[in-house]
Ligand binder design. Structure first.
Ligand SMILES: Cc1ncc(COP(=O)(O)O)c(C=O)c1O
Length: 364
């Protein structure tokens, strides 16, 4: 029996009738952009996160660009970003006009730390983007002590928490992606910005609609980037499920550890006060690609993520010139293996993956 890397079908199956009813309501209303569903979702997601404002946008990449601009980033400002992340984190900083400056990560948590950020700070640094990589919150409260605005890229961390606060409520602002395979995934593209800051929220709202508040006066060069009504309507349903889904992901992660996966691969370290939401369950092995081949032979769909980290991507060449050495990033990029993870990964599937990992690493 093959075990898929993600499962975007099974968790939604029990919601099918409710999803269809929500979509039918939107169609009957005939309002498809920036209507009552988006307003209600923004309100409900803000309450869930424990922040004052959520602003729905078109996707998680635009959310970062818009949030950085709303935080006051201007062309030429330096923004510290990890290189061990999806490309969009750094791309969005560049789209905002900033110079992304790459920093290393902690080899155990895979997240940036005050030390790795401090190593690349200059007088031009104006913000830090902290990614909650693979669903485990970055040490955002400690990063804020560096005295710069911190944008939390929580694209992978909906449903996680740190020190009792939700991922997405930790920084000066946070961004989410509702890409379908994410922990809170829509039925298409979507994203959001969360913040406690009234001014940041107001500017983000303006920027998502062409730099206009009233649709007749345009005060900024903005974007056309809105969460749409159908996505918001289904996200309202999925939000109710999010904690249960995150618990399912945590149970699968516990199962992996209990079944002895750590005998065969390096397991992710979890900070004492963190409750990750395991968007991806990523282990390490010195011969990761050979192990991946062994897993594939046994029907386990696993994958190496960010094999070419962002600072080594061709489009980042001019920004990466300053990136000296990022040894932990390079090592993790080479050795990581994302194993199957979903809210509904069964204990049988967990056992099957661990058995396949045992066999695939056995001879190595
Ligand atoms: C860490 C991270 N940041 C940003 C994004 C961009 O989100 P989107 O695909 O919705 O633009 C993603 C996911 O795709 C991501 O994983």
């Amino acid at each position: 029996m093959a075990v898929p890397l993600f499962d975007t079908v099974t968790p939604l199956r029990p919601l099918r009738a409710a999803i269809e009813a929500r979509i039918a309501e939107v169609m009957a209303r005939g309002v498809f952009i920036l209507g009552p569903e988006v307003a209600a979702f923004e309100h409900e997601f803000a309450a869930y996160l424990g922040v004052r404002h959520v602003v729905g946008v078109g996707n998680g990449t635009d959310a970062i660009t818009i949030a950085l601009r709303a935080l006051g980033i201007r062309p030429g400002d330096e923004v510290v970003v990890p290189s061990l992340t999806f490309y969009a984190t750094a791309e969005a900083a560049a789209t905002a006009g900033a110079t992304p400056v790459f920093c290393d990560v902690d080899p155990a948590t895979r997240n940036i730390t005050p030390d790795t950020v401090r190593a690349v700070l200059t007088s031009r640094t104006k913000a830090i983007v902290a990614v909650d990589l693979f669903g485990c919150p970055a040490p955002v409260p400690e990063l804020r002590e560096l005295g710069l605005p911190v944008l939390e890229d929580a694209a992978q961390a909906a449903g996680a928490s740190l020190g009792g606060r939700r991922a997405g409520a930790l920084g000066d602002a946070a961004t989410f992606s509702f890409y379908p395979s994410k922990n809170l995934g829509a039925l298409g593209d979507g994203g959001a910005i969360a913040t406690d800051d009234d001014d940041v929220a107001e500017l983000a709202r303006t920027l998502r609609f062409h730099g206009s508040r009233d649709k007749s006066t345009f005060v900024e060069i903005g974007y056309n980037s809105r969460l749409d009504e159908i996505q918001a309507a289904v996200l309202r349903l999925f939000l109710v499920e999010l904690d249960g889904w995150a618990a399912g992901r945590r149970a699968a992660a516990c199962g992996y550890a209990e079944q002895g996966l750590g005998t065969y691969c390096g397991l992710p370290a979890v900070p004492a006060d963190a409750e990750p939401a395991w968007h991806l369950y990523v282990v390490t092995h010195p011969e990761a690609d050979a192990v991946l081949a062994g897993l594939a032979e046994r029907g386990v769909r696993a994958r190496g993520y960010y094999r070419t980290p962002v600072h080594r991507q061709p489009a980042m060449a001019s920004f990466a010139a300053r990136a000296t050495e990022l040894p932990a990033t390079d090592e993790l990029a080479r050795t990581n293996i994302a194993l199957p993870m979903s809210p509904v990964l069964s204990s049988d599937q967990v056992r099957e993956v661990v058995a396949a990992a045992a066999a695939a690493t056995g001879q190595r």
